[in-house]
Design a binder for this molecule. Structure first.
Ligand SMILES: Cc1ncc(COP(=O)(O)O)c(C=O)c1O
Length: 481
């Protein structure tokens, strides 16, 4: 299903700016419904790092059962939409301040990563209810190397001696290459609970993060109903063996969000380089999110993009060179050498149609806007929702980088105006220190002999006047061992 009728892309960009994230409400609701049907007994928590656009979070408040965050600030964000007992924080390597912030919120569910973290919690709030994040050993595409984080299976017995109540057992099932990660992870968690009953006497919930893959290149996903049947059977068996009910909490990120949005932008330039047609698009790959992060767009972009002419008519493209097609170079609007995507082939006769045309990055609903940066001072795109009967709701306004810069300057100025005398003095000291430092630095630089830079400059000989100096290679290639 397309995100937006393609004839509407151009007017939308004219109204909201290019690039633009467009979410499709019907797809979002369908994705949630599909998971609900597959896991009728589960509570579904939205994973906020996958998408934290306030407008999306408002929808999630209505359709999901809770939210998961990974940082104290993320927890504060989630608490705007859900009560503390419906918010889980599953982060890593918390500082003492992080823990103090989190523990001050009664009812908030905190998953701890290591025995050290659990001991810290026990010291700060003895007997507190917590979750434990277990390394199930199930290999995933995106996962830290064994032992780098999470409590290993061999460490589970040691949990008994820490003064906390373990109310939740949790793992990240990864974003699988194997279709069995979710099921395998659920199985290992259930086995762990049964193997160490003394550790899990207070257990209330099994909490599995991720584990339902979405191919963000082709837009395909697994048979979630089958996953649902298998995981339900495991949890039911565990409940029967324990003789008490447990909650199953799932934290689907990409399987719900990825297919809900596209990033659209203008094609700014159409040109040719060494005989190859190229287009320059009005977006950077830092706005494409996860897709480019995993390097797939370096070779296989064709599946994940759309090309349209000025009116929004689709331009056919291929993932492989077939008869009569030529490779199309696609570059983003920064100078970063990797700001490009590859693996797109088009018919040469279509190239003139790309002038003034439109570009789409598909599956940009998860880890895209949430991971976008304003790097190189490119503005953060606006985000809009396309709903039934073509109704458009603005979720997030386009953020002009100038506003970010101004707000920072203003904040610093306000700090000096309204801050304490100490802050003002500290600020002034900092500025004078900086100026003195810069002055001294300049002075030092000025008095340095330039000889040390000569290695990179052409050697001028007295006999050779500058104007007639032969062009020669100045920078020699360095060989790094
Ligand atoms: C704690 C937690 N929950 C949920 C998710 C969502 O995973 P996915 O997007 O693969 O579904 C992640 C992913 O990193 C995670 O770390």
């Amino acid at each position: 299903m397309e995100i937006l009728p393609s004839g509407q892309i151009k007017p939308m960009l004219a109204t909201y700016g290019s690039p633009l994230y467009v979410y499709n409400e019907a797809i979002l609701k369908n994705n949630i419904t599909r998971l609900r049907q597959a896991f009728p007994q589960a509570r579904l928590y939205h994973f906020t790092p996958s998408n934290r656009c306030p407008g999306i979070l408002r929808i999630m408040r209505r359709h999901m059962d809770g939210m998961t965050a990974t940082t104290p600030l993320g927890a504060q964000r989630a608490l705007r939409y859900f009560a503390p007992r419906q918010v889980i924080v599953s982060g890593s390597n918390y500082s003492r301040t992080d823990f103090l912030t989190l523990l001050a919120i009664p009812g908030l569910r905190i998953n701890c990563n290591s025995l050290e973290e659990l001991r810290q919690v026990a010291q700060m709030q003895a007997g507190r209810g917590v979750g434990v994040r277990i390394d199930t050993g199930v290999k995933a595409r995106v996962y830290a190397k064994e032992g780098e984080m999470d409590i290993t299976l061999a460490q589970v017995s040691a949990l008994e001696n820490i003064d906390v109540k373990i109310e939740m057992i949790h793992c990240y099932a990864g974003t699988a290459q194997s279709n069995h990660n979710l099921v395998d992870s659920a199985n290992t968690l259930c086995e762990t609970v049964l193997r160490y009953p003394q550790v899990f006497t207070h257990l209330k919930a099994i909490n599995i993060a991720g584990g339902i893959e979405f191919d963000d290149l082709t837009g395909t996903s697994p048979d979630v109903a089958d996953y649902g049947r298998q995981v339900s059977a495991l949890i039911e068996n565990l409940q029967t063996r324990l003789g008490r009910p447990l909650h199953l909490i799932l934290e689907p990120g990409r399987i719900i969000m990825a297919s809900t949005a596209s990033l659209y932008c203008h094609i700014n330039q159409v040109y040719e380089k060494s005989g190859q047609p190229m287009i320059g698009i009005d977006a950077t790959r830092f706005q494409f999110g996860d897709l480019s992060k995993f390097g797939k767009l370096d070779e296989d972009a064709s599946f994940a993009i759309g090309l349209y002419d000025e009116q929004g008519a689709m331009i056919t493209h291929f993932s492989e060179q077939c008869a009569g097609t030529v490779p199309l170079g696609i570059h983003g609007n920064t100078h970063y050498s990797k700001d490009r995507v590859k693996g797109v082939f088009v018919y040469p006769e279509d190239i003139p149609r790309l002038k003034g045309g439109l570009f789409e990055i598909k599956y940009a609903g998860a880890y895209a806007s949430s991971m976008t940066s304003a790097w190189a001072d490119r503005e953060m795109p606006a985000e809009v929702l396309y709903a039934a009967q073509g109704k458009i709701t603005v979720l997030e306004l386009r953020q002009h980088v100038r506003d970010v810069i101004l707000s920072r300057i203003e904040k610093a100025q306000r700090g000096l105006r309204h801050g304490t005398l100490a802050a003002t003095v500290a600020g002034l000291l900092l500025v004078s220190f900086f100026m003195l430092g810069t002055g001294a630095g300049n002075h030092r630089e000025a008095s340095k002999t330039r000889a040390q830079f000569n290695a990179y400059a052409p050697v001028l000989s007295a006999e050779e006047p500058l104007s007639t100096m032969p062009a020669k290679r100045v920078l020699h290639k360095t060989n790094y061992e």
